[in-house]
Design a protein around this ligand. Structure first.
Ligand SMILES: Cc1cc2nc3c(=O)[nH]c(=O)nc-3n(C[C@H](O)[C@H](O)[C@H](O)COP(=O)(O)OP(=O)(O)OC[C@H]3O[C@@H](n4cnc5c(N)ncnc54)[C@H](O)[C@@H]3O)c2cc1C
Length: 450
């Protein structure tokens, strides 16, 4: 499609407003940027696009924040028809076709793409968030990095053996890809990276517990991949507890319910949350304003063309939507869901301007890869046939290749790949800086005076 097709005289450009510059919003904007029949406004509450698949690498000190984030303004600077705004969308008037920002607006639209993603859900226990941060944003990653590093520092100085063990116990809640990758990274840090850095503690004695309520980790993978991931985690020193529900979290411990219904309290100073997602608050705002149905995660149930029922001018994509895929299975909450949904939504808007209709959205499953510590992982990539089902080192190589491919478009991708590869091959983690407050560990019984 080009900018001249279907144009009858100098019509004003069709105004497309995109809320969210994650995978869905960014790929929609890029697709629209090639067509001057539209003027695009992309609004995001942060000024960068975040490559979330490598977020846990920031949380565990392998790469720096700037390595996996790129300013939206710079990514889209060559698109003359696109304006980037820093702001938080908080309201929508579907009759006037306007979106209100927390500190201004309104922004008028002819078509609206809702791509504001999701956040973690604590299943009604929002109070757990302060003791068990989730990994969703760069700020979260830096906070988790701080907590992990502080825990080792505190253990080094804590005199009391029991409290030292508390500092050296890390519980990760949720055995999906994020939990598995976090657990693997933590085990690797404890076993390898920090081994020679401390004097009073043996970092290899750290307990890394991955707790999952379902009967197996990586529940969206085939059963044999889940089993393989479990074995690989155990091999590098992590403990996997499936069929185990977290019932309480405080700043010194985690309460769990075992598969047999009995309860146990695990003393632990570091708990990380990687379970359950809930659509972002703007998605709820749109659902209320349009009366659109949502699933139990608050995602809008869109039609086959990704439009909100009764509002063909509003499209929802990525983690904000239940995008249709198989009969009883929506598109999974992965980057590809956002990318393909965003491109399709943009294509739909352009097709309409040409008086055309696109066939319904068709998701192409590119597969799943999860890395487990250093040089190991599991893959489930159906289109590669038997080759797509890898474990261990071949899985890690596939994971690396895919991430290099997806980093394309980032100006500093070579630097990222070199730095990241370096940290893997040298067993080092260059970004082990403790930043943010508090900087010092809150130790109860420091080492006795020399
Ligand atoms: C730690 C982690 C690891 C992951 N690893 C992988 C992986 O390895 N592979 C994979 O395929 N997927 C992975 N995912 C999932 C993947 O990141 C998501 O499925 C994908 O980002 C969804 O894209 P999206 O565009 O819907 O939302 P997002 O990418 O989350 O983007 C949403 C955007 O909307 C903005 N926003 C939200 N609310 C507002 C508002 N009110 N106003 C303005 N802006 C707003 C946000 O700032 C954000 O930029 C991971 C996710 C996480 C959290």
């Amino acid at each position: 499609m080009n900018g001249e097709a279907g144009r009858a005289g100098p019509l004003p450009a069709h105004r497309v407003l995109i809320v969210g510059g994650g995978f869905g919003g960014l790929y929609a904007a890029r697709r629209l940027g090639k067509d001057d029949r539209v003027s695009v406004t992309l609004v995001d509450r942060r000024n960068f696009h975040l490559f979330t698949p490598l977020l846990y690498q920031v949380a565990t000190g392998a790469v720096s924040p700037g390595d996996i984030a790129q300013p939206l303004r710079s990514i889209l600077r060559r698109q003359r028809n696109t304006t980037v705004l820093l702001g938080e969308a908080v309201g929508v008037d579907v009759d006037k076709r306007e979106v209100r920002l927390a500190d201004g607006g309104p922004l008028a639209y002819d078509s609206l793409i809702v791509a504001s993603g999701a956040r973690f859900s604590y299943f009604g226990h929002e109070g757990w968030a302060k003791d068990a941060p989730g990994l969703k944003s760069l700020d979260d990653a830096l906070e988790i990095r701080r907590r992990i590093l502080i825990a080792f520092e505190a253990a080094e100085r804590e005199h009391d053996a029991q409290r030292r063990a508390e500092w050296l116990t890390f519980v990760i809640v949720g055995g999906g890809p994020t939990g598995v990758e976090l657990a693997g990274s933590l085990a690797e840090i404890a076993r390898d990276t920090l081994r020679r850095d401390f004097r009073s503690i043996d970092t290899r004695s750290a307990r890394i517990l991955l707790v999952e309520a379902l009967p197996r980790i990586l529940p969206t993978y085939p059963a044999d991949r889940s089993a393989s991931a479990g074995r690989q985690l155990e091999r590098i020193g992590a403990t996997v507890r499936t069929g185990t529900r977290v019932v309480d979290i405080d700043d010194h411990s985690v309460g769990i319910e075992r598969p047999d219904g009995t309860q146990e309290r695990i003393p632990a100073r570091t708990v990380l949350w990687a379970a359950g997602i809930l659509a972002s608050s703007f998605v709820a705002t749109v659902a209320t304003a349009t009366g659109a149905p949502t699933d139990r995660n608050g995602r809008i149930i869109v039609g086959p063309d990704l439009t909100v029922p009764g509002h063909p001018e509003i499209l929802a994509v990525g983690d904000a939507a239940v995008q249709p895929w198989k009969r009883d299975k929506p598109v999974p909450g992965v980057a590809q869901g956002g990318i393909q949904g965003g491109k399709y939504a943009a294509g739909t808007i352009l097709a309409r301007l040409s008086g055309e209709t696109l066939p319904p959205f068709h998701y192409q499953n590119r597969g799943d890869v999860a890395v487990i510590g250093r040089l190991a992982g599991v893959t489930d990539i159906p289109w590669l046939g038997p080759f797509g089902r890898q474990s261990g080192f071949p899985a890690w190589v596939l994971w690396l290749t895919i991430h290099i491919l997806y980093l394309i478009g980032f100006a500093n991708r070579i630097v990222v790949v070199v730095r990241w590869g370096w940290s893997f091959f040298t067993r080092g983690r260059g970004s082990r800086l403790i930043t943010g407050a508090p900087l010092l560990p809150p130790i109860e019984e420091p080492e006795p005076p020399a």
